[in-house]
Design a protein around this ligand. Structure first.
Ligand code: ZN
Length: 116
């Protein structure tokens, strides 16, 4: 299994080939579990509050998708940016690529243990 070199650019795609693997999906090209993150984009007072952004990506392949997803108002979403300052947070939220790069770096990759 080849790893993408660090710093390779993320590429947005409409969709990419994934396979079911238990309750999850894995990338068809490299068999890495697909990672995803959903976040709210509209304020709670808005009628559009339930329309969220859903990102999915494959870390080694550096591909991602971004789509509008519906999340019920009463569902609490994990906020991966909770411990960031306001400036840093806004900077990430302005760019899907920056956000993905940040999230990808933050989430532990259990399969990397073998490379150290
Ligand atoms: Zn992949």
């Amino acid at each position: 299994m080849k790893r993408a070199p660090a710093g390779r650019r993320w590429r947005k795609v409409g969709t990419w080939a994934t396979l079911p693997d238990g309750g999850h999906r894995i990338c068809a090209a490299c068999r890495t579990p697909v990672r995803s993150y959903r976040y709210r984009f509209h304020p709670a007072a808005s009628d559009l509050y339930e329309r969220c952004i859903g990102l999915s990506w494959c870390s080694p392949c550096r591909v991602y998708t971004g789509a509008m997803v519906h999340v019920p108002r009463d569902k609490t979403l994990d906020d991966a940016l909770a411990d960031l300052g306001q400036d840093q947070r806004e900077r990430l939220e302005r760019s899907e690529v920056r956000l993905i790069a940040y999230l990808d770096g933050r989430i532990d990759h259990p399969d990397r243990i073998h490379e150290q």
